[in-house]
Design a protein around this ligand. Structure first.
Ligand code: NDP
Length: 265
């Protein structure tokens, strides 16, 4: 059996990571490697992750709801993962030591169609991915990062810790970065739970939506209909996944091939 990789989540069956990571492994000649779903409930997270190196795993991506627990159990972590308070990438040494990193932050910056330095941004959300976005934008030199959240006290706490300005309305900005779970449940109208409507997308020069579903989210559709440069959740998935792949394997990620694999569905 060759080396193993996987994505830890609960639930995780919707994840497109196996499709893009297995396509990338095959493309760089790591044919014996396999990347698999790792559905693990929170109560079993720590002991399961500690067992993975001994079972032949070299690393794992981490998704909802384990990103904070992943950082907490790691033997060491990058400065960015520590500052964000969450890890989405774990790598394992042969002796079982666990290293934590966060590729959501550099992944977001890599997807932007312009340099974030000196720009303004509005981040919607105050959960794990919003923390990564705010940290990444401030590190990239974004002049003003405003943060809106359904529960305003969480936005205030995030800004007190990481920087940024908590806001109660969707103010215009160069960049809109959507980091709430709104839109994941396609049976519910997305804009009802956000502080803006479809017509408001014209107040932004670029719209990033981290949520991905089978079809374009209403936010992505509205931005595309108004010819606003748009980064959808799949682009973000590819960007963070490419960086994780490089950490797992030491090989440059075949990004175009990963994009083709994920867009094929
Ligand atoms: P968290 O659970 O940490 O945070 C959830 C956020 O969504 C909170 O701000 C919460 O607000 C808000 N929220 C939840 N439900 C609603 C609602 N009905 N209306 C308005 N706000 C709501 O999740 P993450 O930050 O980890 O992930 C957020 C989304 O981003 C998910 O859909 C996830 O799949 C996606 N994502 C995509 C990535 C990619 O690669 N494309 C990478 C990372 C995340 P409150 O504080 O008020 O509860």
């Amino acid at each position: 059996m060759g080396p193993r990789l996987g994505v830890l989540g609960w639930p995780v069956r919707h994840s497109r990571s196996p499709a893009i990571q297995n396509a990338a492994l095959a493309a760089v000649g790591l044919a014996e490697w396999r990347y698999q779903l790792l559905p693990v409930p929170p109560i079993l997270f720590s002991e399961t992750v500690r067992a993975l190196p001994g079972a032949g795993f070299r690393g794992a991506n981490v998704t909802i709801p384990h990103k904070e627990a992943a950082l907490a159990l790691a033997d060491d972590a990058t400065a960015s993962a520590r500052a964000i308070g969450a890890a989405n990438t774990l790598t394992f040494d042969r002796d079982g030591a666990i290293h934590a990193d966060n590729t959501d932050a550099p992944g977001l910056i890599a997807t932007l169609p312009f340099d974030a330095a000196g720009r303004s941004a509005l981040v919607l959300g105050a959960g794990g991915s919003a923390r990564a976005a705010v940290w990444a934008l401030l590190e990239a030199g974004t002049r003003e990062v405003r943060v809106w959240n359904r529960s305003p006290e969480r936005a205030r706490a995030l800004c007190a810790e990481l920087g940024g300005i908590p806001v109660l309305d969707a103010e215009p900005a160069d960049l809109l970065v959507h980091c709430t779970s709104s839109g994941l449940d396609t049976s519910r109208p997305m804009f009802n739970s956000l502080p803006l409507g479809a017509d408001d997308v014209t107040k932004y020069k670029c719209v990033v939506d981290l949520v991905y579903t089978k079809w374009d989210t209403p936010l992505v559709s509205a931005a595309r209909a108004n010819a606003i440069p748009t980064v959808d959740g799949l682009e973000m998935l590819i960007a963070q996944g490419a960086l994780s792949f490089e950490r797992f394997t030491g090989e440059p990620a075949p990004t175009e091939l990963m994009r083709a694999a994920v867009r094929r569905g």
